[in-house]
Write a protein of this length. Structure first.
Lengths: 149, 149
């Protein structure tokens, strides 16, 4: 499976799968098309041998801090979990972020999402702290940072 | 009222007001803190004489297209509508986008939001077309573009 850059044309197929991957939850408000249109160079998709979406990552270069890059959203198809696809996508993002002169990557996740917390630590992210109401009332987030060596 | 750049510290007060301005709808998923952290330089708030949030605009420079800038979200307090605050915020955004070498601004809105459609036209945006399912199933959007003279 080859990683390629996400394109606006991927949006429909991603959003169609993502709601199912998240157990029927409506994910589109969190993932508007703008990320596929305006952050192509730091966003990626992985299709499986049948041309079905296996995994994707949406990230960008911070406009505020020229040292930072940020991962907004990562999804892996349930039937492809445990194959290292998430890691491959993150490593590609790290490489491209480094190529743009970034020295660290940030990401946030819900403290209730133990799988995501463990995954970030396995990738070399440090959990700085848990921030209450970070993404709105009741939306606590673990703040992760990883230096790019 | 003076326009200033949005900061991460504004996030809580913005999200607290925005849900009320949108009639109790949960807007936080559409407006995560990342926009306040990573796109400060092209995002703005306007406080009224009492220090209450009167209006804000969240925008960014396209990473894909060095000619483009994008407005993601604009909100004006109901008690301050009709005072031209939205226009002031957009004009400040146009000015800063131009300063970064951008030659056009894009924005999208729901075709059902007639007020927003009329507002964009009054600001000099052209409605390119209505795109079906643009931001997910059933989420049609009018695609606006404005050249920066």
């Amino acid at each position: 499976m080859q990683i390629r850059h996400a394109e606006p044309a991927d949006y429909g197929r991603v959003i169609g799968r993502v709601n199912a991957w998240w157990g029927g939850r409506e994910m589109a408000p969190m993932l508007p098309r703008l990320f596929f249109v305006h952050f192509e160079g730091t966003s990626y998709v992985l299709d499986d041998e049948d041309g079905q979406l296996a995994a994707f990552l949406i990230g960008f270069l911070s406009q505020t801090d020229p040292e930072e890059a940020y991962v907004h959203f990562v999804g892996v198809a349930p039937e492809h979990r445990g194959e290292g696809l998430g890691r491959r996508l993150y490593e590609r993002f790290f490489e491209d972020a480094r190529g743009h002169g970034r020295t660290r990557v940030r990401s946030v996740t819900s403290p209730a999402n133990e799988e995501s917390v463990a995954f970030h630590k396995a990738l070399g992210f440090e959990a700085e702290r848990v921030a209450h109401d970070y993404d709105g009332p009741g939306e606590d987030r673990v703040l992760f940072v990883k230096p790019l060596g």
